[in-house]
Design a protein around this ligand. Structure first.
Ligand code: DX5
Ligand code: ZN
Length: 220
């Protein structure tokens, strides 16, 4: 099985020291940085907007994986594209004209992702799978870090893996929420390409070691 990409989530970092957190992510040798944007409407919390992404962008060579947990994501796509996001992922539950929003992300030269919360089945996004670069499966209810992974959500990863094989699609499958050394082997076994990890990554002082444990390149 392929070694997954690790995308540490800045949500678990100290927001007073985000530049340092971005540097720690890069120094750990991982490929991606996950940036959680929350609007206080789609989810209860607020995090940061496009200016934060733009300010952090020159500090890192990693792929910026922006996860929009916002209502009306179409209003923000251009701002995050200009800020330097590489992947822009929004929630199916937060949008009506999903296909149009995906196209607008690609028109801006960015990779387009769709995310679903634990209560949304894969069948609801099946028709747009040919148009997405990434599917982000939430394995917790979005809004907070440090929650427990809901194992039933991993069935969706298996379904997406199978559909990709059968239909020749090319999206990456990403899992977000509750990924840690205890849960990660079942996530990897389900067929994931990208692991998002917040608390598990930032609570460890040896970042290179926790990165390798989560990717499965060393055992814990
Ligand atoms: C939750 C966010 C996640 C969060 C995951 O709504 O989308 O990216 O940072 O945190 P952990 O890995 O701590 O569950
Ligand atoms: Zn996220």
């Amino acid at each position: 099985m392929k070694v997954p990409i690790l995308a540490p989530s800045l949500l678990a970092a100290n927001f007073a020291h985000l530049a340092e957190a971005v540097a720690q992510i890069e120094a750990s040798g991982v490929e991606w940085t996950h940036l959680d944007v929350m609007d206080g409407v789609f989810v209860p919390e607020l995090t940061f907007g496009a200016k934060m992404v733009a300010d952090l962008r020159p500090l890192s060579r990693t792929i910026f994986d922006v996860h929009l947990m916002v209502s009306s994501p179409e209003k923000l796509i251009e701002r995050f594209a200009r800020a330097g996001a590489d992947y822009i992922t929004f929630h199916h539950e937060a949008a009506v004209h999903v296909h149009r929003i995906l196209a607008s992300i690609k028109d801006l030269g960015k990779k387009a992702g769709i995310s679903i919360v634990p209560s949304t089945p894969v069948s609801l996004i099946e028709d747009i799978l040919p148009f997405v670069d990434l599917v982000l499966i939430m394995t917790v209810n979005p809004g907070y870090g440090g929650q427990s992974l809901i194992p039933q959500c991993l069935e969706k990863v298996k379904t997406l893996y199978r559909l990709r094989e059968e239909k020749g699609y090319s999206y990456l499958i990403s899992v977000d929420g509750g990924v840690n050394p205890d849960t990660v082997s079942q996530v990897r076994d389900a067929g994931v390409d990208v692991l998002v990890a917040g608390e598990a990554f930032f609570k460890e002082s040896d970042k290179a070691s926790i990165a390798a444990i989560l990717k499965g390149t060393i055992s814990s």
